[in-house]
Design a protein around this ligand. Structure first.
Ligand SMILES: [Zn+2]
Length: 59
């Protein structure tokens, strides 16, 4: 079963959320800029409405 890591980040925490995934997984994830209405989840760090979705497919 393949599983994709998905996290959300606001503008302030994008760097630390990205670094966290790279540290854990050793690979750079994909970064998607969210539109209005796609911000249902909170930032991984602070819970505020996020600007980015970060995804990393399991291989
Ligand atoms: Zn944040």
């Amino acid at each position: 079963m393949s599983e994709t890591t998905v996290r959300y980040a606001c503008a302030e925490h994008i760097d630390s959320v990205l670094d966290g995934i790279v540290d854990e997984r050793g690979r750079a994830p994909d970064l998607i800029l969210l539109k209005e209405g796609e911000r249902a989840h909170g930032c991984h760090e602070c819970g505020q409405p996020p600007l980015y979705r970060i995804t990393l497919p399991e291989t």
